[in-house]
Ligand binder design. Sequence first.
Ligand SMILES: [Fe+2]
Length: 254
Amino acid sequence: MDKIKIALLGDIHANLEAFNAVMEKIKTLEVTHYVCIGDIVGYNANPKECLDMMRALNPVATVRGNHDEYVGTEQDLYGFNPSAAAAVNWTRSQLTKEDRKYLAELPYSTVVRIPGVSPFSIVHGTMDNPHTWGYIFTRLQAVASMENQRPYKLCFFGHTHMPLYFVEKEYETQGFFFQEDAPISIEPNSRYLINVGSVGQPRDGIPTAAFTIYTPDENKVELYRVEYDIETCQQKIRDAGLPEKLASRLEIGR
Ligand SMILES: [Fe+2]
C-alpha cells in the first residue's frame, strides 16, 4: 500500500487562484487523503468554484468554519467586521440552496479515522465550545482547547489564518511558529495542537498560500507555502464589487 500522506487544507476562503496553486503543488507530493479544516467560502470571489473543487477532492473529513456557517444560514452578521459581512452577503447570492445546505450541515469538530492511522481530531476554531468561534493565539487559549481534544494526541485547527502550533509535554504547554522549513516531529508522550495555515487569506505577514501535510508513518507534520496569482484574485474581488480592503490585504498577508 502507498504510504499515507494527508493534506490538510483550511481557510480557503473562495480564493481559486490560491487553491489551484496549492493543488498543483499537492500533485507532486503523493497525497493519499484530504482533510478540510473549514472556511471554504467568504472574503474572496470564487466561492462556488472552491466549494465544488473541495467537494470533488472527496475529503475524509470536513468541519464547519464560521464563514461556512453564516453563508449556509440566514443568521444575522452581528460580530462580523463590515467587509467580512459584505462578503458573506454576496457569497450567499453566489451559491445554490444545496451548496448552502451542505455548508450548514458540516460538523463543528470531528475525529478523523483512517485505517492504519491513530485517530486525530479537527476543528475550525477551538475544541472548547467550537460554535462560539474563539481564536487560539496564546498558550492559555491553546491549553483550554487541548483539555477538550483528549484522548487524541493530535488536533488540527484553523480560523486565525496564523500557522502556530502548541506542544503539551509533561504538563507544560509551549507555542511555536509553524514554518515551512521546520517540520514538526510528533513525539510519544506529547500532545499537539497545530494550525494548518490559510490557503486563501494568510495573515502571518507572508502572502503565499499555506497548507499542511501529515505523514503518519514518519510522525511528521510539514507546512508548505506556494506562490499564486494574487493580482488575478484581487481583480476578481474588485470586479465583484466586494470591499477594496479584501483585495489589498492579500498582497501583504494580513
Ligand atoms: Fe477564516
